[in-house]
Ligand binder design. Structure first.
Ligand code: G
Ligand code: G
Ligand code: NA
Ligand code: MN
Length: 252
């Protein structure tokens, strides 16, 4: 498969980019940014992250991709901080990463090397981290929180959303998957699922972010349901670094 080789070369050449999508509170303040990888293939054009992340996962390239994303995000966080823009940035990590021995220590070392305080980085994980070796995953996550890195549980509701995992995972934020958000206004069952998720998360002391918010009506419903922040095209799609800087400056 040519795509794997192309991805490996793109990572070596620094041709993979990170774009940043804001997470915004209902008072308009910025809660953070999520880093999302973007790859423009020289012949095929933009390749969907879903496609090349799946390739990276099955081929063993994931550690390199995550390393690249972490390095790029940390360098960007440091640049923004130097400009006075202090916004936490979330990086997506895969179950592979969480099962790799030494991952927590490696993240802490990278933070130190970039002079970035741990609280400026957030890691987004999914419930899949608990599928393979829950004990090892729990150890890694405990190591990360021990270093002061905050964790966010992504795509909540799409996996097998075990309450046991929700209780055991040391996350401080829960992200409601956009499949529940999309039809919130027209589907009563989705609205009830969102309501229960917000209440459950709050009773566990977690912040709640709703993903994929595209219109004002959905924004209002989420506010009324007590959600803490939203992410979605209503506010902004993921933007290249320079555009993100301009966007942040307008808000600070
Ligand atoms: O913007 P969107 O098409 O970016 O993202 C598609 C999927 O790819 C999402 O599930 C998202 O979490 C995932 N994704 C985006 N960037 C990264 C990344 O840097 N690392 C990992 N592991 N997943 C990512
Ligand atoms: O799995 P994860 O939640 O990290 O993936 C986020 C995905 O959702 C990315 O592909 C991102 O580009 C996409 N996304 C972000 N905001 C919106 C939105 O408002 N509507 C839709 N349909 N997709 C969105
Ligand atoms: Na994510
Ligand atoms: Mn998500």
């Amino acid at each position: 498969l040519g795509l794997l080789g192309d991805l490996r070369r793109a990572l070596d050449a620094g041709d993979v980019e990170l774009h940043y999508q804001p997470k915004v509170r209902f008072d308009g303040t910025v809660a953070g940014l999520e880093a999302l990888v973007r790859w423009e293939h020289p012949e095929r054009g933009r390749v969907s992250p879903e496609e090349f992340i799946a390739i990276a996962e099955t081929s063993g390239l994931m550690p390199q991709l995550t390393e690249y994303v972490l390095e790029t995000a940390l360098a960007q966080i440091a640049r923004w901080r130097a400009m006075g823009l202090k916004v936490p940035v979330a990086v997506n990590v895969s179950p592979r990463d969480v099962h790799s021995p030494g991952f927590a220590g490696a993240v802490a070392a990278r933070l130190a090397r970039h002079g970035v305080p741990p609280a400026a980085l957030q890691l987004e994980i999914t419930e899949h981290v608990m599928l393979e070796d829950p004990q090892r995953a729990a150890d890694t996550l405990a190591g990360l929180t021990g270093h002061g890195v905050k964790m966010s549980l992504d795509d909540f509701g799409t996996g097998y959303s075990s309450l046991v995992h929700l209780r055991r995972l040391p996350v401080s934020e829960l992200k409601i998957d956009r499949s529940f958000v999309a039809r919130l206004v027209v589907d009563n069952e989705d609205a009830e699922i969102v309501r229960c998720t917000v209440d459950l998360a709050h009773s566990l002391g977690l912040l709640v972010v709703a993903e994929g918010v595209e219109d004002d009506e959905t924004w209002e419903r989420l506010r009324d349901l007590g959600c803490d922040a939203i992410q979605g095209w209503l506010v902004a799609a993921a933007m290249p670094p320079a555009e993100t800087t301009a966007w942040l400056r307008l808000r600070h």
